[in-house]
Design a protein around this ligand. Sequence first.
Ligand code: DUC
Ligand code: ZN
Ligand code: ZN
Length: 476
Amino acid sequence: MDAFDLVIRNARVATAADVFSADIAVRGGIIVALGLGLPAGQREIDAAGRYVLPGGVDGHCHLDQPTGDSSRMADDFFTGTRSAACGGTTTIIPFACQAKGGSLRAAVEDYHRRAADKPVIDYAFHLIVTDPTEKVLTEELPALIAEGYTSFKIYMTYDALKLNDRQILETLAVARREGAMTMIHAENTDCIAWLTDRLLAAGCAAPHFHATSRPMLVEREATHRAIALSELVDVPILIVHVSGREAVEQIRWAQGHGLRVLAETCPQYLFLTADDLERDGFEGAKCICSPPPRDAANQQVIWDGLANGTFQVFSSDHAPFRFDGPDGKKASGADASFDKVPNGIPGLETRLPLLFSEGVNTGRLDINSFVALTATNVAKIYGLYPTKGTIAVGSDADLVIWNDRADITLTNAMLHHNVDYTPYEGRRLTAWPALTLSRGEIVWSDGEMVATPGRGRFLRRSRPGPAGVRRGGYAP
Ligand code: DUC
Ligand code: ZN
Ligand code: ZN
């Protein structure tokens, strides 16, 4: 037998289930052996007893997604995937978004053109359904699901994106019939519009009023309604970017009643609060995202939910807008009212180091839960497992050697996205990837980005199926 292409020696391998010492052998980009004292490879890397984890799978990020106004996302498929790789993520699933009145198929084709020769790591697309016409529901969506676009997001707010309850039911019925996973952005749109009008009429326009316009109640109500609609149709859903206690209570209620409700949260709900929107001047706009960050008590509820199994997925919701310049946070002016500021914060690169530092290294989260939340569950739920999301014979050699004894003060200058700020500037981190491998190729090593644009492959996904969303267990 040919020698291995690569052997990683002395790895402390952690998966969603186990921690064990092993050498990892790679041939043709695939893990072909795990063992002790494996024969030599053409290339050898000594992990020196450090953790080697599956590369992160970021199941929710936005890259080069058209916004429909004068703003523009700062990251394309090169800068976004580069940034992800440097932070230990080796697979991303951004969104191909249907324009209202437009075709879903056209959105997918457009998105493939945008990705083209840019990605440095592997990628798939979720769909976003904004206009569930007869043609979309009976032709385009079933065909795209069959072709490997096996999940889609729907919105309960944002005028350009939102569906009403009837449309949600019709769309969920397709998900049920075709075996797709539906991600739901749950906020009550009319409550937000009413509160926004009243705030603006009262002259309350500064960035921090964004949080006032979207209180927890609007998320709680929509989360409850999304759960009820999915119960009616009898189909699993995944509630995205859950921000705090009231939504968590709805999700736990559903899970406790045997409903197949999965949930995702994001770094902004652990590491930011609404106070960050009150930063001096317009600086608070850097932290405008929806749902907004809440308070310390809600952060604790999110930590608890990560540890106790309420959440299956931890994503970045990377939505990159520059702070300065004409097409970012100030697209409508340097003192625009909060409702005109593009929603979203960057986070592809910092997602894993933040959670490792503040979750694993503080003892809040065990290493297996970290792997499950950031890679394995994501791959299972979205139909990429076991090619992605684990370390096993036959899986892609997407591997990260972690330095979990780091002492890093985070600055935006260290990062590889195309955004001119990080909301986490100055935060101390104790973990960062020392080496990231994508299909056995080094893409990040010792502080250096070494990947070639276009090497990333598009991934057709399988349907999550009953194994991905087991009834009763909730851990996929
Ligand atoms: N909210 C979303 O729903 N998507 C992108 C960014 C954001 O803040
Ligand atoms: Zn959303
Ligand atoms: Zn999003």
